[in-house]
Design a protein around this ligand. Structure first.
Ligand SMILES: Cc1ncc(COP(=O)(O)O)c(C=O)c1O
Length: 182
């Protein structure tokens, strides 16, 4: 028997949420899956049905769900300092991570700049590369080239340098100032 939590949560979700990379109309026929818990590679719903999370919850959970070492580190960090503005302030863990990243980065990459997610990271990279050429006095260098079928996220700049027709069709009119919608 299906646990009522599954149905309740699905209905509550659809009445208040939009999901990323999703045409919400599809969920009229294809039910969204409420998840109760996760452990390792497994997710579990309210019926006890397990799902193998073969995409690491969109490629960001490579060490598995509820990893004890990561969870312990998170708990310790939360109890010490949950957040501090990174403009004008700093903290040891932020410095330590940057030091370790630079050690494994190619020669010449000597600084880190943190962003909150993949799309924001792409926005940062676009802005930095644009700014670099402006600082070099090459002010004509304002264009980005993109790969066919590339995907870089769903913020405005990330979408602009991506090429998935479904996501771009209406955006091109905004970015190019042209109305090339079908
Ligand atoms: C190649 C690539 N770049 C950027 C992103 C965007 O990352 P985020 O979803 O964290 O904004 C993704 C996300 O799937 C991606 O696969």
């Amino acid at each position: 028997m299906t646990n009522s939590n599954n149905i309740d949560l699905a209905a509550r979700d659809l009445s208040v949420l939009w999901h990323p990379c999703t045409q919400m109309k599809d969920h009229e026929d294809f039910p969204i899956i409420p998840i109760k818990s996760g452990l390792g590679v497994w997710l579990e719903d309210f019926d006890g049905k397990r799902y193998l999370d073969a995409i690491s919850s969109w490629w960001v959970n490579i060490f598995g769900h509820a990893h004890p070492t990561i969870n312990q580190a998170l708990i310790e960090q939360l109890n010490t300092l949950e957040h501090v503005i990174f403009a004008g302030f700093t903290h040891e863990v932020g410095i330590e991570l940057a030091e370790q990243l630079i050690k494994v980065a190619p020669n010449g990459l000597s600084r880190c700049f943190y962003a909150d997610n993949g799309s924001a990271a792409v926005e940062v990279a676009l802005k930095m590369s644009f700014h670099y050429w402006q600082n070099q006095g090459q002010k004509q260098k304002t264009k980005f080239i993109t790969l066919e079928n590339s995907y870089h996220g769903e913020t405005l700049g990330a979408l602009a340098v991506g090429h998935v027709e479904l996501y771009k069709k209406n955006l091109c009119a905004v970015i190019d100032g042209r109305d090339n919608r079908a």
